[in-house]
Design a protein around this ligand. Structure first.
Ligand code: HEC
Ligand code: HEC
Length: 93
């Protein structure tokens, strides 16, 4: 009755290919999780105090002292992509 179930599994060529593909995919995913490459927000007195996106954009908007590069995402939470300065004190007020 259970004759079929007793056959030992021997990986054939197709199985080996399949496993190799999975291994490569996992490897790529692991290598992809390196550190963020987006520039961090500088840890200086100006940036440590900013709490509002609107304030960021006074300097980094199109007419600001240091505009975001062309093609930069509109809106969004700045700190989602640009790491917060280590000495950020904005939330403590
Ligand atoms: C008072 C003006 C001002 C405000 C407000 C300001 N910035 Fe800046 N920011 C600058 C200037 C000027 C520079 C470039 C000089 C420097 O590196 O300090 C800069 C640099 C940066 C950089 C790095 C760019 C580079 O070339 O390395 C990032 C990222 C950044 N700001 C994000 C932010 C975010 C996010 C906020 C809001 C939380 C913000 N800034 C608020 C003036 C400002
Ligand atoms: C979705 C992710 C993301 C968000 C959200 C984001 N940024 Fe950026 N930002 C980037 C990337 C990526 C670059 C580098 C772009 C490039 O080099 O062309 C960049 C570049 C910059 C630069 C120029 C840095 C330089 O090289 O001089 C400034 C300034 C900046 N962002 C400010 C801001 C501010 C202010 C906010 C919030 C309003 C913000 N960013 C939100 C991803 C983001």
């Amino acid at each position: 009755m259970s004759e079929q179930g007793k056959v030992a599994w021997k990986p054939n060529k197709r199985d080996a290919m399949f496993l190799a593909v999975i291994a490569v995919v996992i490897l790529l995913l692991v290598l992809g999780t390196k550190e963020r490459t987006t520039k961090p927000v500088p840890d200086d007195p100006v940036h440590q105090r900013v709490t509002k996106r609107a304030t960021c954009l006074k300097c980094h908007g199109p007419d600001g002292a240091r505009p975001q590069p062309p093609g930069h995402v509109r809106g969004g939470q700045c700190f989602q992509c640009h790491q917060q300065p280590a000495g950020w004190i904005g939330s403590r007020r």
